[in-house]
Design a protein around this ligand. Structure first.
Ligand SMILES: NC(=O)C1=CN([C@@H]2O[C@H](COP(=O)(O)OP(=O)(O)OC[C@H]3O[C@@H](n4cnc5c(N)ncnc54)[C@H](OP(=O)(O)O)[C@@H]3O)[C@@H](O)[C@H]2O)C=CC1
Ligand SMILES: CC(=O)N[C@@H](CCC(=O)OP(=O)(O)O)C(=O)O
Length: 334
């Protein structure tokens, strides 16, 4: 049995993590934390997340009151903003914990991305170099040995799972950059509201074209240029992406299907659609990334969908935890 802490448990991603880890057969949640100024200190988990009433009996504590000494903690999940994770990761690593960070703080190697896109100077380059990018289906070997797993961003997960098989098999025409349109529900912005993601303000609008921080994350890890166009939609959870690419000559539908099958046939959280195309409805509150595609005249449009809080965050974090410790990959997830 592994003893686990979850920091940021009152947030949207943190709540999903608590749910998974609470029902995990080989994990024991020792504490759930919020910040020292949080209004939720002392409240029951289910007082904040009512859907867990009579299911989960844990109380929020302030992270600043915590003393790690003699607590026998094996694992820490950080479901906190990247600034918070940036500062906390070194402490937990030096205390011997295995850390799963859901933020972007240790996702990319190129420090310039942090100054240009996140507006902070990364102070821990050595840790950054050792951090393992937890795109679970593709990084199993590295995750098994990791001290720090940096769980990919929600959009970045969906996009890479859809494109990576085609990149690996070199069937994309290198002259044409993939164009990615993605729509996220409002929960992608977290529980703390502000005017731009307040539900009544959101209709369906693109934002951060060319400048979204998942653009460099995708490019660094996928290894090809992309144009990424995120949109905010007036729904609670889920991401759907449509990705338009040009294929090399003479690639048929069956070839693409076989490529997806080759990479994902033993991957329980990826579902490849043959007859239909994925939608938000097929993945909402489910831990899957669903992928479908259609081809005409050498152009392919890949459609991929996931729940941003699950495969895009908590489910992938727990999947990485399972891989890291040799538990069944979908323990507590499926
Ligand atoms: N939402 C999503 O779809 C996804 C989110 N992520 C990433 O996961 C992380 C969490 O996101 P999300 O759940 O949306 O965010 P939320 O804003 O919903 O939750 C953030 C959590 O962190 C807590 N927190 C804030 N500051 C501190 C601190 N100094 N110490 C301890 N706890 C703190 C908050 O509680 P309080 O403020 O009350 O202290 C809250 O529990 C982010 O890095 C995000 O980028 C990744 C993929 C998808
Ligand atoms: C709808 C919405 O606002 N989505 C967030 C991305 C989701 C996320 O949490 O990404 P990180 O894990 O990389 O922070 C955004 O566009 O910034």
């Amino acid at each position: 049995m592994l003893n686990v802490l979850i920091v940021g448990a009152s947030g949207y991603a943190g709540a999903e993590l608590v749910n998974y880890m609470h029902r995990h057969r080989f994990a024991n949640i020792k504490k759930i934390f919020v910040s020292k100024n949080s209004l939720d200190i002392g409240k029951m988990f289910s007082d904040v997340h009512h859907q867990f009433t009579d299911m989960i009996h844990l109380r929020f504590e302030s992270i600043s009151d915590f003393n790690l000494v003699d607590q026998d903690i094996n694992v820490v999940f950080l479901a906190t903003d990247h600034n918070v994770s940036h500062d906390m990761v070194p402490f937990f690593l030096s205390s011997g914990c295995i850390v799963f960070d859901l933020s972007a703080a240790y996702r990319v190697r190129d420090c310039k991305i942090y100054t240009d896109y996140y507006r902070f100077i990364h102070k821990y380059k050595k840790i950054l170099e050792k951090s393992v990018y937890g795109l679970a289906e593709w990084k199993e070997k590295e995750i098994k040995k990791a001290s720090l797993v940096s769980v990919p961003g929600c959009y970045a997960t969906c996009v890479q799972l859809a494109l990576r098989p085609l990149v690996e098999e070199k069937i994309l025409c290198s002259q044409n950059i993939p164009i990615i349109n993605a729509i996220s529900g409002v929960s992608g912005a977290g529980r703390k509201s502000n005017i731009t993601n307040s539900f009544c303000q959101v209709s369906l609008q693109p934002y951060n074209i060319f400048t979204h921080r998942h653009t460099p994350e995708i490019i660094e890890h996928l290894g090809i240029p992309v144009i990424f166009i995120p949109h905010l939609g007036a729904f609670y959870r889920g991401i759907i992406t449509t990705i338009t690419c040009k294929l090399k000559d003479n690639i048929q539908e069956v070839d693409v299907y076989n490529i997806f099958y080759k990479f994902y046939k033993n991957k329980p959280l990826i579902r490849i659609y043959k007859k239909f195309l994925p939608s938000i409805k097929t993945v909402e509150k489910m831990p899957f990334c669903d992928i479908g595609f259609t081809i005409k005249d050498n152009y392919i449009v890949i459609v991929a969908a996931e729940d941003n809080l699950l495969k895009g965050a908590a489910a992938q974090a727990v999947q990485c935890f399972n891989i890291r410790f040799g538990f069944p990959e979908t323990e507590s997830i499926l």
